[in-house]
Design a protein around this ligand. Sequence first.
Ligand SMILES: [Zn+2]
Ligand SMILES: [Zn+2]
Length: 236
Amino acid sequence: MEFIAFTYVGNFMEREVIDEVVFTVFDEANRFFHESDIPLRFLYIGKLKLEPGYLINLTTPEGKIRVYPLEALVDVLHARLLREIEKNPELKMNKIFALTTFPLVSRNPYFDFYERFLGIHETRLGLRIMVLSMKPFEPEGLGELLKRTPDEDTKRLVRERLTLFKDRVLKGVLHEIGHGFGLEHCRNDCVMNSPSSMEDWDSRFPGYCDSCFINLKRAVEWSELSLGHGEGGKKF
Ligand SMILES: [Zn+2]
Ligand SMILES: [Zn+2]
């Protein structure tokens, strides 16, 4: 079994419902791997809180927002993964996956809309760092609904939006995992078919097409095998 360290990076004023979305996505992804007989599991390593010192100001059409530059986040995640590997040398693990609640920005001018919408990958010294922001997937109006007095109607609307939120993020996670094991984009009804809009993403099948599934399974089995050589997780 190969493990991917899973963390959740938030800031200071997270709403509890966001935690719920993250943990549902975590559970459902693991259930998916289990039911599909893919020797891969997420290993939860705790929530990560970034120091406010990393924050930078960004001027957007909607006004000034405070964000974390991706470069700083990748450094933190790399260090965190190294620590987890040292703590659990018996685990086959050389990847970390982070869901962030804030939008991702970079000083890299080539960082376009598309990359912001789906995730980021970086390989450092043989370790793979994957980051996906939940922010672009947040359904419209959720923030407003959460501020209302929770009568029956509001509760129902919140439920619906949280389910939609979770479905969108889960597809995003599966998409990134696909890339993490070398899959490219495809043109089928599949999470590896990159969307051109959110409606497009909502209508997408919440799993891999046959061809992506076979490629993923083969790649995970191969990766798991190659991680097995050498001394435990020390091979990177
Ligand atoms: Zn992609
Ligand atoms: Zn596909």
